[in-house]
Design a protein around this ligand. Structure first.
Ligand code: COI
Length: 355
């Protein structure tokens, strides 16, 4: 591949690789040895470097710390049987990063900086991509404002960075969820669709209240009437009722346009499952639970992959979902996604990029 950006590479002389236990990986605790960094200064992206992973020095007046002008992405790299590194739908993450950036008044990041920075970083840290079953290298690209200025206006300077961490499962077991009808994650006209830092900060308190009551996550409802189900904590959410897969549409700007969501919908169509992108109301959900018509409920996300839901609190009541048979769609789609990501079946969708 032709290189269009010049990346200054400084390798660590203090690698953490040998001291890392790859047999017992959780999510997001161990960072790999290097990070990619670029600066936005004087109206352009420049100063491309790969450096040893290290803390940043921040001025206390840094605009991100005060006003949250910051967006991020999450994607994964996998190792196949031939020790090659496969990236899953990185182009979609690159596009979504720029969509989020636009909403938060952050300058667009050209595709070649994202892709070449990422490829080069993966080359340098290729030994960090786990080959243990079910494990992968989680990749966190992000952009944040770096002006040291307390007035409210878009920053004039930014940093784009990528770092990675070897990870296992985000959810080690099926999740319990509570339908949230008081607090709001996103409203029409707001920032819900952007992968913006503040969306996650605002969700922490309501999620904590639910966790104190014994639930893992919330099922967010619309900000107007708290009637339609939108998404879950770190995932889009899908239901199968009467053999139809139902998931909220992303047309109102309140829901993250999940890349796993899109992949699952594509595969569902190919597997012949009927798909309806429409809002499921809490009333309909409760009814489906009471009449045993809810066959499956699961979250979809990069970190979570497919997270089975085994308990739902809605309308003041808890409902336990029966264990899903091996033939359940959520099992089958997870198997197919994994087979694609680890290169065990042919990529007919153009989703895999070999590094
Ligand atoms: C992801 O699935 O990549 C996410 O961004 C969820 C994250 C907040 C852990």
């Amino acid at each position: 591949m032709n290189k269009t950006i010049d990346i200054q590479i400084t390798k660590t002389n203090d690698s953490k690789l040998a001291g890392t236990n790859f047999e017992n990986l959780s999510f997001g605790q161990i960072m790999s040895d290097h990070m990619f960094v670029a600066d936005y200064v004087d109206g352009e992206w420049k100063n491309f470097s790969i450096e040893p992973y290290a803390p940043l020095e921040l001025n206390p007046a840094n605009a991100t710390l005060h006003y949250g002008q910051s967006v991020f992405e999450g994607l994964k790299a996998y190792k196949n049987e031939n020790d090659e590194i496969l990236l899953f739908r990185a182009d979609a993450n690159q596009r979504r990063l720029n969509e989020s950036a636009k909403r938060m008044c952050i300058p667009e990041l050209p595709e070649e900086i994202f892709m070449e920075g990422l490829r080069e970083l993966l080359e340098v840290d290729r030994d960090w991509v786990p080959d243990q079953a079910g494990c992968s290298l989680y990749i966190r690209p992000f952009i944040f404002a770096t002006d040291d200025y307390l007035g409210i206006r878009p920053s004039k300077t930014y940093k784009f960075m990528i770092f990675t961490c070897p990870v296992g499962h985000y959810y080690a077991k099926p999740v319990s969820v509570k339908v949230e009808t008081k607090y709001t994650r996103a409203a029409e006209g707001g920032t819900g669709q952007a992968k913006a830092a503040g969306n996650y900060a605002g969700s922490l308190y309501p999620a904590l209240l639910a966790q104190e009551q014994g639930y893992d996550q919330l099922l967010w409802t619309d900000g107007k009437n708290h009637e339609n189900i939108e998404e879950s904590g770190t995932m889009n959410v899908m239901f199968i009722i009467n053999d139809i897969l139902i998931t909220a549409p992303t047309t109102k700007g309140t829901i993250l346009k999940g890349i796993t969501r899109d992949s699952v919908l594509t595969l569902a169509n190919e597997m012949g499952l009927k798909v309806e992108e429409r809002f499921l109301s809490t009333t309909e959900l409760k009814e489906a639970l009471e009449t045993n018509k809810l066959q499956e409920a699961f979250g979809t996300g990069t970190a979570a992959t497919i997270a089975h839901i085994d308990r739902i609190h809605v309308g003041g009541q808890d409902y336990i979902l029966p264990e899903k048979p091996a033939t359940a769609f959520s099992h089958k789609v997870l198997e197919t996604l994994d087979a694609l990501k680890y290169g065990r079946i042919a990529d007919t969708h153009g989703w895999i990029i070999k590094v």
